[in-house]
Design a protein around this ligand. Structure first.
Ligand code: GAP
Length: 446
């Protein structure tokens, strides 16, 4: 983990947030390369969940959330972790995360600590203006169910997908970007006819595993955990967690829950007329019927299958898998990030052999501009004048292709293309570079 954290800072992937004022614990900023990697991961998810299917719509909802949403969802009462104080040092910990040095000390009895961040909306600070930063993106999907149905005429089964920030005032944020207080989630709420829920649950677990493998996580580093007993959320009929071997241990990367009709049943009006199976709080406040009519015109409340993945945990997992120290013989090594091409922050670096040669630099910029127009991702001109150093840098940040412009480029119209993983170099006619680039990035499943 220390090596990853150091690489992330040195190369501009991830920084401690608010660092120049001492930092804020449990918050991180994504730097120039981190934002590209994170966007690529999110884009890959969106493509697989929304574009490559015909049964999912997207959504982007507000972060600030009406307290009633989190009252009826159960978050106000149950979104808590047990908190203990160490009477010796005065520090507070989650009950199951007391550090070694405090384990022998006297601790207070655990008390429930709500993880939601509360704020106020508007200029008057009182109970009537209270709001929360959402602790998951899911709730806003449920409360928009009717809006989406009315505007798209969807029928079951169909899903609503959202990627966005969530906030949890974690008692003990830890392990770099694994457990943080502000993070992003990629959540799909997939609505199905009751009775078809178990089959869809199974199907989504399989689909999500394939997607993670396509992001470069080997199948043997992923495990399925069937959540049982007290660990099963109160709303869930069954949850399968996709666990990944993070640098600090085997932990949850994504959870896939069968949430039954709990969510729509909690937020709907006319609950009594709807034959809701889940145990829900009586709701007199909602003004929308969150149900659909079946073929016999009966109203039914759909069940929800929810694959919910953390973007930040995903970034940590793909960087961890890609991080490679390769032995080159003669006591030489190179560090490289063997990222899948679609995730690489920079797709190609165009490197003029000499930084002060106007013709080489101009040609490098021309090549960059013509590759950039395909919008496959970021292409840069790396004008350091030091080819070896440029290759080392781009290996370390996971750039799949380096294209060197040298004097042959001016005289014979050729460039040298170097592959990150094999280090193989080949000479290409400059007129064939565009096609090579397009072919190179078209042969990967995302
Ligand atoms: N809507 C369901 C839900 O939010 P969750 O298991 O609490 O379920 C889903 O969260 C995913 O969000 C987790 O699998 C994890 O990847 C990510 N996640 C949750 N809490 C996180 C935190 N404090 N820091 C980073 N990622 C987190």
């Amino acid at each position: 983990m220390d090596d990853l954290v150091a690489l992330c800072k040195r190369r501009g992937f991830i920084f401690q947030s608010n660092e120049i004022y001492g930092g804020l614990q449990g918050l991180y900023d994504y730097g120039p390369l981190g934002v590209e990697l994170k966007n690529n991961l999110k884009q890959s998810w969106w493509k697989s969940i929304v574009y490559n299917r015909d049964d999912v719509e997207g959504l982007d909802t507000s972060i600030l959330t009406h307290p009633d949403v989190l009252k009826y969802s159960g978050h106000q009462d149950t979104f808590t972790d047990p908190l203990v104080d160490c009477k010796s040092c005065g520090l507070r910990f989650r009950e199951d995360q007391v550090p070694e040095q405090c384990k022998g000390e006297e601790l207070t009895d655990p008390r429930e600590f709500n993880l939601m961040f509360e704020t106020n909306v508007g200029p008057v600070i009182d109970d009537s203006s209270a709001a929360y930063l959402r602790p998951e993106t899911a709730q806003q999907i449920y409360i928009n169910f009717k809006n989406v149905i009315d505007s798209t005429s969807r029928s079951l089964p169909f899903g609503i997908a959202q990627i966005g920030k969530s906030f949890r005032n974690e008692i003990t944020p830890r392990n770099f970007i694994f457990r943080v207080r502000e993070f992003e989630q990629m959540e799909l709420e997939f609505f199905v006819t009751p009775g078809e829920d178990d089959a869809w649950h199974k199907r989504w677990v399989e689909e999500r595993l394939v997607w993670w493998v396509n992001q470069g996580i080997p199948k043997d580093k992923l495990e399925l955990l069937h959540v049982t007993g007290d660990d099963l959320a109160h709303y869930s009929k069954s949850t399968v967690d996709i666990m990944y071997q993070f640098p600090h241990g085997l932990e949850e990367l994504e959870g896939i829950a069968n949430r039954t009709d709990f969510d729509l049943g909690s937020h709907t009006k006319n609950q009594k007329d709807l034959n809701i199976n889940a145990k829900v709080m009586e709701n007199e406040s909602s003004n929308a019927r969150l149900a659909v009519q079946n073929e016999s015109k009966e109203w039914i409340v759909p069940y929800v299958i929810e694959p919910s993945a953390g973007v930040d945990r995903g970034v940590l997992a793909v960087i961890n898998e890609a991080y490679t120290i390769e032995d080159l013989g003669d006591n030489k090594q190179r560090t490289l990030l063997k990222l899948k091409k679609h995730l690489s922050p920079i797709k190609a670096a165009v490197i003029p052999l000499k930084r002060n040669n106007d013709d080489l630099v101009r040609l490098a910029h021309d090549v960059k501009t013509s590759l950039q127009k395909y919008q496959i991702g970021r292409v840069v001109v790396e004008n350091t004048g030091n080819i070896g150093k440029s290759y080392r840098k781009h290996d370390e940040i996971g750039t799949p292709l380096c294209i060197t412009i040298d004097f042959d480029s001016l005289e014979k119209n050729t460039v040298t293309v170097r592959d990150r993983d094999s280090m193989e170099q080949k000479s290409l006619d400059i007129n064939n570079v565009n096609q090579y680039f397009l072919d190179y990035f078209s042969d990967e499943s995302e």
